[in-house]
Design a binder for this molecule. Structure first.
Ligand code: AKG
Length: 250
């Protein structure tokens, strides 16, 4: 498949509102997909350095002597500013603006490059992105997840619980109850209610920041790379913030 036509319609908007997530049309054409894969391979070979704070294993301790099982680079745009000029980025920002009803130039964003190594990549446990956010500030936002490799149940596609974004921020804890691990998990989701969203490379799914989600371990022989773009409107101060005690333990 070559050309990409990006549009979201009423169905995407309705699914996003009712379910908290929506599968999107293909967002990356073949040429850009190859370019993005090359960018990832360079990023993870040149910037896999735990001392900088840009690279970490979300599923493990940074002082482990074992290879990272869920390595991430935050804000890869810092190293590769061309990412922001890509057609993929422009499409994602336009979709975010439409779904949030916030003008494009008022949206903040940051990216995550995530890599699940073949036959070794750990599960991303159930969590809400909002579980990572400071409760003293409220921001309307969403996350667009674009796999650069086919994302299946076996390679670690995302799973969601339809409608669960309408509930509260759930209690979270650090993975393995180890505060030195950055990743959070909530036990308040029934995994049986999760719906997998398999995607071809270059397709995408958008979710609300409160939508609980999960991705399984990578049981396949193929790396599962994904580019996540989070878009948010202006921060509003919350008068009476709810406690998120797990955030104090970092
Ligand atoms: C997120 O984008 O919030 C995720 O949890 C991604 C997880 C993954 O790619 O395994």
């Amino acid at each position: 498949m070559g050309a990409v036509e990006t549009v979201i319609d009423e169905e995407h908007r309705a699914a996003f509102q009712a379910d908290g997530f929506a599968s999107l049309p293909r967002l990356v054409d073949d040429t850009e997909l190859e370019w993005l894969r090359g960018v990832y391979d360079r990023l993870f070979s040149e910037h896999a350095d735990f001392t900088t704070g840009d690279y970490f294993d979300i599923a493990g301790r940074q002082d482990s002597d074992k290879p990272a099982r869920l390595p991430q680079i935050v804000r890869p745009e810092k190293f590769v500013p061309e990412l922001v000029e890509s057609a993929h980025f422009q499409r994602c920002r336009a979709i975010a603006a439409q779904l949030l009803d916030i003008p494009e130039d008022e949206l903040d964003f940051y990216g995550h490059a995530i890599l699940k190594p073949p036959n070794y990549g750990a599960a991303t446990p159930w969590h809400q992105d909002e579980g990572y956010m400071d409760p003293r500030w409220r921001r309307r936002g969403l996350s667009i997840w674009t796999p650069l490799d086919e994302a299946t149940v076996d390679s670690g596609c995302l799973h969601y619980v339809p409608g669960a974004h309408l509930g509260p921020v759930l209690p979270h804890r650090h993975i393995d109850d180890d505060d030195r691990i950055r990743g959070l998990v909530t036990d308040a989701v029934d995994p049986a209610a999760g719906v997998p969203v398999p995607l071809a490379s270059g397709e995408a799914v958008v979710h609300a920041l409160r939508a609980p989600h999960y991705a399984g371990p990578n049981l396949t022989d193929q790396t599962r790379r994904a580019y996540v773009l989070v878009f948010m409107g202006a921060a509003e101060e919350v008068a009476d913030p709810e406690p998120r005690p797990w955030l104090d333990k970092r």
